[in-house]
Design a protein around this ligand. Structure first.
Ligand SMILES: [Zn+2]
Length: 506
């Protein structure tokens, strides 16, 4: 009643068939192995384990739970999850295999839709409809079922086209456990605000199936109420505008300019909230003569304070009033502050002054690189020269020739790179197994050792002209990958080094 009096409908969610380890931990007989359930070491890996879909007791249990839930919640929709279900236990389970045979199912994916349809029938028999994550579309659903589109907008678009009601929850914009800024995976406030939950590709009729939008805060890595509030605020203010303001009235600069008023309310309620750290700092910057550090904060009413002495910025640290010029190595730490003294996280950046490397004066050149191939088993690149040379020749760029598939070989690319402009260049190696890159005998990137394909980078300041370049690479076992890329402008994209600027001795 408390919710109903406030025109709020609470939609309960009971996860199935995957994401069920907590139920299986208590009732191991409902899993495919039936064995006592080991509590997972990390939540992330085991939570997708499913109920046994071949065991009638599973459905008895779920129907009992749903009956209780339906009695408690007047919501017309009951959320039954349906997402991220690990299906390998079903492949190995005799009961599940028997069920598939009886139902004429050939794939475990079909067993998932059997599961969902069976539960849907039960929920319908109680006069309610199911809502589930977009995976439930995969096996087909009854006309009254609704979909929450979380893996992107595609599931929601497809569901609306099929005439199902949809709640848009694309994780890129609306999963609030992500960081706001300065993290490999962020959901920036601006992107949340700009998101329009009604896809333009839908017809007017299809658009009517978009019921609305939802923000999610999954709390498996949120360890306190205070962190939860910081993740939610001020994103909830952005979500409110997405939900309730006509799209043409949205205006991010107006929204941002109102944030200080929201902050006052949050303070009055004693709620924690996120204050954006200053923009304009990368993790580490190489420069050659002088560098102007330009900081900014998009939140009105904030001050930026910084230090260059390694101490953490506090309220009486130097106030940022304009670009800071540096001519030496520097460690900058900066924070935004509100008038009430609340500070943002500290941003740290290292500025390294480096000398431009002089170009070399190469002999007569031609296009391409010189390649030396060796065969044998090594674990590290310092063992490379111990291997016998099995081939030599010219190659257009840094790549593994088709003729060299298989295991246990090494390659050395040697030549010159023609640099057009003085500047700081970033080189990237992605390889399986080890690789390293030298410019003029200076090691710029080292990604040595036996490993899968990650990526490592390094920077070097180069004067215009020719510079010697060498890449060493070896493949031990399993996959072989070598990608050599660079970034030749500060704000440019990482891309392969063009063959047109690679040369070798004629
Ligand atoms: Zn089973």
């Amino acid at each position: 009643n408390y919710a109903a009096e406030r025109h709020i409908t609470v939609v309960p969610e009971i996860e199935m068939p995957g994401h069920s380890w907590m139920a299986l931990y208590v009732f191991p007989e409902l899993s495919c192995t039936g064995k006592p359930w080991k509590k997972p070491d990390t939540v992330a890996f085991e939570f997708t384990d499913p109920f046994c879909a071949g065991n009638e007791k599973t459905f008895e249990f779920i129907e009992n739970v749903l009956s209780e839930v339906i009695d408690l919640f007047p919501s017309p929709y009951i959320h039954i999850g349906g997402d991220e279900c690990k299906k390998t236990p079903w492949e190995k389970c005799k009961k599940c295999q028997k069920r598939m045979q009886e139902e004429g199912l050939t794939k475990v994916e079909e067993l998932q839709s059997y599961f969902i349809r069976r539960v849907e029938k039960f929920v319908n028999s109680k006069g309610r409809q199911i809502i589930g994550w977009d995976e439930i579309l995969e096996g087909g659903i009854a006309p009254g079922a609704a979909v929450m589109s979380w893996r992107g907008e595609e599931g929601g678009i497809e569901a609306a086209r099929q005439g199902h009601h949809v709640v848009m929850v694309p994780s890129r914009y609306l999963y609030f456990k992500s960081a706001y800024q300065y993290d490999p995976s962020t959901v920036p406030l601006r992107e949340t605000y700009d998101y329009d939950p009604v896809p333009a590709v839908l017809t007017d009729k299809e658009k009517q199936y978009i019921m609305g939008v939802q923000g999610c805060l999954w709390t498996e890595t949120v360890y306190s109420d205070s962190i939860a509030m910081e993740k939610l605020l001020p994103r909830l203010a952005a979500l409110a505008e997405i939900s309730w303001l006509p799209a043409e009235q949205k205006d991010f600069s107006r929204f941002i300019s109102c944030l200080p008023f929201h902050y006052q309310r949050f303070d009055a309620m004693n709620w924690n909230y996120y204050l954006h750290a200053p923009s304009g700092m990368e993790d580490d910057i190489f420069y050659t003569d002088r560098y102007l550090i330009t900081l900014s904060s998009e939140i009105p009413g904030t001050e930026i304070r910084y230090t260059l002495d390694g101490s953490e910025p506090v309220l009486n640290s130097t106030l940022y009033t304009g670009p800071v010029e540096i001519t030496e190595n520097a460690l900058l730490q900066a924070r935004a502050f509100l008038k009430n003294g609340k500070g943002s996280m500290v941003r740290t950046a290292v500025y390294k002054k480096v000398a431009l490397k002089e170009p070399v004066n190469p002999p007569a050149l031609r296009q391409g690189l010189h390649l030396t191939v060796r065969k044998g088993n090594i674990q590290r690149l310092d063992q490379l020269t111990s291997l016998p040379v099995t081939g030599q020749g010219n190659i257009s760029g840094f790549l593994i020739p088709d003729s060299l598939q298989g295991d246990y070989f090494a390659m050395q690319f040697e030549g010159f790179i023609k640099i057009k402009k003085n500047g700081v260049y970033t080189f990237y190696l992605r390889s399986d197994d080890g690789s390293r890159l030298f410019i003029d005998d200076e090691e710029v990137v080292n990604y040595d050792g036996v490993h899968g394909a990650g990526e490592v980078s390094g920077k070097i300041a180069l004067k215009a002209g020719y510079h010697a370049i060498r890449v060493d690479y070896f493949e031990a076992r399993y996959g072989q990958i070598l990608e050599v890329k660079w970034k030749d402008k500060k704000d440019g994209d990482k891309e392969p080094i063009p063959a047109s600027i690679l040369y070798c001795v004629r």
